[in-house]
Design a protein around this ligand. Structure first.
Ligand SMILES: Nc1ncnc2c1ncn2[C@@H]1O[C@H](COP(=O)(O)OP(=O)(O)OP(=O)(O)O)[C@@H](O)[C@H]1O
Ligand SMILES: [Mg+2]
Length: 245
């Protein structure tokens, strides 16, 4: 099957937090429409930095980031929604003192269609959030918080969602629920760029994957191939083979 045209494309990206001290040393990757692409790699590899570069939150020294035909370089993070891109940060991704409804209303402020209708659509999609619409963010379980954070990203009708470790701190069951949700979102045609520590589980729902280490591409390919590669398992997946306890 020929590969679809890249939708998000990162090429030769040199980026970091201080000019002249890059964390990413020429990273390239792409996500096609409707694809789930996972980035894995050890702590400090630059995974979050890559996602933050796409979201306009770090200093890009050279290279390119394009979404469709458009360059994202120099785009203010609060303008990304207008380009069809939503970002779910690794931490602090909901307002704990606001109710579920208020969180969604805030996220829907800049959405491209009627906010009320979009919020209603989120409650249809996530009945557990609908039941808890009056509960404050801080009163939700870890899994429910992540679902709310994802709903806050989806409310804006993005074409691509960036998620930084959506399963961090969750139980295996809650993690699987979140990743099943990611699959469902992609099934509706939304592209997903996922960064995960929970590499085996993430690869299980992904189409393709990239391995980053030391701010550089180490390997990429179909998620199933990466999952089954013995060397990858040994180095990056904790040495456990598929099916092991
Ligand atoms: N705000 C920051 N300012 C300066 N350096 C930073 C900042 N955030 C991260 N770094 C550095 O950038 C490097 C890559 O960090 P990054 O957060 O991208 O790694 P990561 O692959 O997401 O790791 P983890 O798996 O721990 O989340 C690390 O050396 C880290 O210390
Ligand atoms: Mg990170």
């Amino acid at each position: 099957m020929p590969e679809a045209t890249p939708f998000l494309e990162v090429a030769d990206l040199v980026a970091g937090y201080r000019r002249g001290l890059p964390i990413l040393h020429g990273v390239s990757m792409h996500v096609s429409s409707g694809e789930i692409v996972t980035v894995i790699g050890p702590n400090g590899a630059g995974k979050s930095t890559l996602i933050k570069a796409v979201a306009g939150l770090v200093i890009v020294e050279s290279g390119s980031i394009t979404l469709g035909e458009r360059s994202l370089l120099g785009t203010a993070p609060d303008r990304l929604g207008a380009f069809g891109l939503s970002y779910v940060p690794q931490t602090a991704n909901i307002f704990t003192t606001l109710s579920v409804s208020q969180n969604l209303a805030l996220a829907a402020r800049r959405c491209r269609s009627e906010p009320e209708a979009r919020i209603a659509a989120m409650f249809d999609l996530f009945p557990a959030l609908a039941e808890r619409r009056a509960v404050r963010g801080g009163g939700l379980s870890g899994g429910q918080r992540q679902v709310l954070a994802i709903a806050m990203a989806l409310v804006a009708e993005p074409e691509i969602i960036l998620m930084d470790e959506p399963t961090a701190g969750l139980s295996p069951k809650a993690s699987q629920d979140v990743l099943d949700l990611v699959r469902k979102i992609a099934g509706e045609g939304v592209s997903v760029l996922l960064v995960e520590q929970n590499a085996r589980m993430a690869l299980g729902v992904s189409d393709r994957a990239y391995i980053l280490a030391d701010g550089q591409n180490q390997m990429d390919g179909p998620a199933g191939d990466i999952l089954d590669d013995p060397a990858v398992g040994e180095i990056y997946l904790g040495g456990r083979r598929k099916g092991a306890a």
